[in-house]
Design a protein around this ligand. Sequence first.
Ligand code: C2E
Ligand code: MG
Ligand code: MG
Ligand code: MG
Length: 278
Amino acid sequence: EVKRGGKNGYRLYSAELDDELLFKIEVEADLRKSIERGELEIHYQPQYRMPDRELIGMEALLRWRHPVRGMIPPGRFIPIAEETGLIIEIGSWVLREACLQAKAWHDEGRAKVPVSVNLSTQQFHQPDLEFEIERILAETGLDPQYLELEITESMMMDASASIDILNRLNGLGIRLSLDDFGTGYSSLSYLSVLPINRLKIDRSFVMRLEESGSEQAIVKTIIAMAYSLGMDVIAEGIETEGQLEILTGQRCLEFQGYYFSRPVPPHHLFDGETQRGA
Ligand code: C2E
Ligand code: MG
Ligand code: MG
Ligand code: MG
């Protein structure tokens, strides 16, 4: 037990810190075994285009079914996976699994739409990422146009290196989207030279749309900018009819959020239970 309550008055080991540290240590050990134990799974959240509510894509969202702790959300363990480097192996697993699932849906005659996979910062900067993806596409048989990678502004702090990576990925014929757009600090001048197909308006803007005129102005500007750069734009985290109306009024036509469907296990996707209006 270490306590330094003396002159500086700081205590290194508060109970809270203990808990967090313990969580990290345990989770790291368990995470190493999670893949082989089959504890990781992917849920899929559909994306729609209005006004016809046409299904246009699925986002793959990682879940960890921990034997003792229950379902652990990605926000809780992906940062630990990043710190420990485990994200490389986990990220490869997600990519392969999502491509396999999309291919299976296509072969079964389900909606032939792209699957979107989130990349982590470490994965993005992995020197052989391009070849890894090429290999996964070849092995799973998924046509490159049906894979979309979601990256974030914060991954692209080194602008010139990032443009190079994005160009090489783009060369594979896959799609690229900029996730959580508006929350990072991307240089607007770079945006015009990036081979990005789609901007995803972050949920934090959508959340405040109905109360805040300034939020509406920001979103309106993002939408206009996307179109003038020749990109598509999708709003994430749509929960209400009101948000949908404001956004369609601003010519945003692609949506993803609880209003339409939560992320669900793949076998639930086409059983009609989770789809509204369809
Ligand atoms: P994201 O990529 O921005 O994914 C959207 C998140 O918002 C998901 O949380 C989704 O469940 C949630 N969401 C969607 N619609 C709504 C809504 O209407 N209301 C609310 N309140 N939330 C909504 P989730 O699944 O917990 O994932 C959180 C983040 O974890 C993701 O944010 C992404 O950054 C990361 N993540 C998830 N899967 C992976 C993965 O396979 N690899 C990596 N590197 N990161 C992942
Ligand atoms: Mg995402
Ligand atoms: Mg997002
Ligand atoms: Mg987000």
